[in-house]
Design a protein around this ligand. Structure first.
Ligand SMILES: Cc1ncc(COP(=O)(O)O)c(C=O)c1O
Length: 457
């Protein structure tokens, strides 16, 4: 059954190509560690058994047990400031000296300072904050806030989206991998529509040779379908979505304005999941800044802990602060001073080192180079991205757009052999999400590696 499940989240660990690559590359020490890991951890298709083992993570690089270094163009989107940033490590160490924990019912300076900072950088009027340990939990909190504010329970979200592994998050997620089979019923009222995906428009509309949709022809059918569902249901609490999908797919211009309007019309709150895209990945502080659309609730995580500590945050408008007598989630580490300090320092580093601008300009450079690659390699069907959220979609034939899944995996392992790691989404999209500190030279080298691999296959 697993062979038929969509590979939306990443390449799976039971592929024969993975085995061939592993047999060729792992020394005795790595083999032993991967086996011990496999013996002790619960197996799941996109993590354990693992592809490889590492002993170091520094800057944009990870290093395996044999000392081979890889530019990490995946990094789970946690490594915006690079792995092991010295300023972050020093701030964490100092905070552990000053105040290592704050039990529930006690506040502390770093937690308050972080909440104030997040309110300052978040879009528009978002101002009330709650911290969790991970992104999935933050999505659960967002869903609860939306229910409390609206008195409704239904949600609308997109097929193929990922919002986390918890029951609420998996219910609004649209990935087979997290929904199918074994785990039984999900949340009631969690409805889905087809997502925006111009290159493979679910409503059958075409794009031009540069991948741009003809909005006169399609009339933005994807936004119209959101209207259709909200109008039929009329009692949907929230629409949950990534403003730019990390697959990656970008919304057609005007999509979010249309959806914001229809949400307002039917009293549905808009929740943006910016867990991978927030804090500069797309070349603006938040992906929704590109569209000038403000959500009612925004969720961020991943890079917030600077690639060292786990912390996520929900931020909402002040008028959603309506459940003071209840409890949405006073998580054990809600006001942990060390994770809060890590997040605060991470945001300061992003600002002080001008990393959002670097993501914008290196991303622009990458898209130019990749467009050149697309002109030279017929197997590249589409190149799309914003900032350092970039997708290169491989197809067997440009007209039919048959996904080149096997080829994508082949390119991945060949790139790994040359020192470049990235992830594959949807089976055939080379997904490049490097750290925000990545330089033009490093990006040029990564694209050169892809060029070499594409030429070989
Ligand atoms: C869009 C999106 N939402 C939510 C999550 C869940 O975050 P976490 O793994 O921290 O629970 C992820 C993680 O990959 C994500 O990409």
């Amino acid at each position: 059954m697993l062979d038929s499940i969509d590979q939306s989240e990443g390449e799976v660990n039971f592929s024969p190509r993975r085995k061939v690559w592993a047999d060729k590359n792992h020394g005795v020490e790595a083999q032993d560690l991967i086996q011990r890991d496999s013996d002790v951890f619960v197996h799941q298709s996109v993590s354990t058994p693992c592809m490889s083992a590492i002993r170091k993570a520094e800057g944009i690089y990870i290093e395996d047990l044999q000392g081979r270094r890889y530019m990490d163009f995946h990094g789970n989107n946690v490594h915006h400031i690079g792995y092991g940033h010295p300023r972050l490590k020093a701030a964490i160490a100092q905070q552990m000296e000053d105040l290592p924990f704050a039990p529930r019912r006690f506040t502390c300076e770093p937690a308050v300072e972080l909440a104030e900072k997040i309110a300052a950088i978040a879009p528009g009027e978002l101002s009330k904050v709650l911290f969790t340990t991970g992104g999935s939990d933050a999505v659960e909190v967002a869903l609860k806030l939306a229910r409390a504010k609206t008195g409704r329970f239904k949600t609308l979200s997109f097929w193929d989206a990922f919002h986390g592994a918890g029951f609420g998050a998996a219910s609004v997620g649209g990935e087979q991998l997290f929904r199918a089979g074994l785990i039984g019923p999900l949340l009631p009222g969690a409805e889905h529509v087809a997502p925006f995906a111009c290159y493979r428009c679910p409503y059958g509309h075409k794009v031009d040779s540069t991948g741009q949709p003809d909005l006169d022809a399609c009339q933005m059918a994807c936004a119209k379908m959101v209207r259709y569902v909200l109008e039929k249901e009329r009692d949907v609490a929230a629409l949950v979505a990534e403003p730019a999908r990390a697959v990656p797919y970008l919304p057609p211009r005007g999509f979010w304005n249309a959806v914001r309007d229809v949400c307002d019309e039917f009293g549905t709150l808009l929740i943006f999941d910016e867990i991978p895209t927030g804090l500069g990945k797309t070349g603006r502080m938040f992906a929704c800044d590109h569209d000038d659309v403000e959500p009612d609730i925004l969720v961020m995580g991943k890079a917030l802990g600077g690639g060292i500590l786990p912390i996520a945050s929900v931020i909402c408008r002040a008028d959603l602060n309506v459940g003071g007598e209840y409890a949405f989630g006073h998580y054990t580490h809600e006001k942990n001073p060390v994770t809060a300090r890590a997040a605060l320092t991470t945001i300061e580093i992003i600002e002080d080192e001008d990393l959002v601008e670097n993501a914008r300009s290196v991303g622009e450079f990458a898209l130019e180079r990749l467009a050149d690659l697309r002109d030279r390699h017929a197997v590249i069907g589409d190149v799309r991205g914003r900032g350092l959220l970039i997708g290169v979609e491989l197809v067997l034939d440009p007209a039919e757009k048959t996904p080149a899944n096997g080829l994508a995996e082949e390119i991945l392992y060949r790139a790994m052999d040359r020192g470049l790691s990235f992830k594959i989404t949807m089976g055939n999209v080379l997904t490049l999400t490097p750290a925000l500190i990545t330089t033009r030279e490093e990006m040029a080298r990564a694209i050169e590696i892809l060029d070499e691999c594409l030429s070989e296959v």
